[in-house]
Design a protein around this ligand. Structure first.
Ligand code: ADP
Length: 167
């Protein structure tokens, strides 16, 4: 039987992308033929980077990864998935708390659009890595260098250095 081409989307806020997200991307691409990282444009609580900045940072990181691309999207994830003719949604899991939330989300997406979600579990060392905590820690001068890639670290520093020097 001929193998079907499988395209997945990895939707999220990615504000900013972390080593945990990258771990999920690395695992995900082994399972699919094509992976589109989809940065949600809908406003999130305490947004730090614009969708354009988030896409830019991700583009720098995936430049050498074949079959991985990044774009932003508006509105419902399942509508975007249909537009891009995606077969699956990829999401990452860190903990049982993630499972509770992700379970509801995946059930809802399947109920409304019939699309399946595939989960991969992150490496143990990223089990506590979250964009929200990174935004908070970085804003208070905490060292997040082992949780984010170098380009993101530099941007965080720039952002908070310039905030600190504002009158
Ligand atoms: P959202 O606002 O949609 O939850 P996020 O950018 O926070 O967007 O997360 C996108 C996906 O990546 C989610 O499935 C989330 O559980 C997963 N994720 C976030 N951080 C990690 C991590 N450290 N390891 C594995 N998966 C993660």
């Amino acid at each position: 039987m001929e193998k079907k081409f499988v395209r997945a989307i990895f939707p999220g806020s990615f504000d900013p992308i972390t080593n945990g997200h990258l771990d999920v991307i690395g695992r995900g691409i082994k399972l699919f033929d094509e992976l589109i990282i989809a940065v949600g444009r809908s406003p999130i609580k305490n947004q730090l980077f614009t969708p354009e900045e988030r896409v830019e940072m991700i583009a720098e990181l995936i430049a050498d990864m074949p079959n991985v691309s990044v774009e932003s999207f508006d509105g419902l994830t399942v509508k975007y998935a249909a537009k891009r003719k995606a077969d699956l949604i990829l999401r990452g899991l860190r903990s049982l708390t993630d499972v509770q939330y992700e379970f509801k989300l995946a059930m809802t997406n399947r109920a409304v659009a019939g699309i399946e979600t595939v989960f991969v579990m992150t490496s143990e060392q990223y089990g506590f890595t979250s964009s929200t905590l990174i935004r908070e820690a970085a804003s208070l001068g905490g060292d997040v260098s082992n949780m984010v890639p170098k380009n993101v670290y530099n941007r965080l520093q720039q952002r908070f250095d310039s905030a600190a020097s504002d009158p």
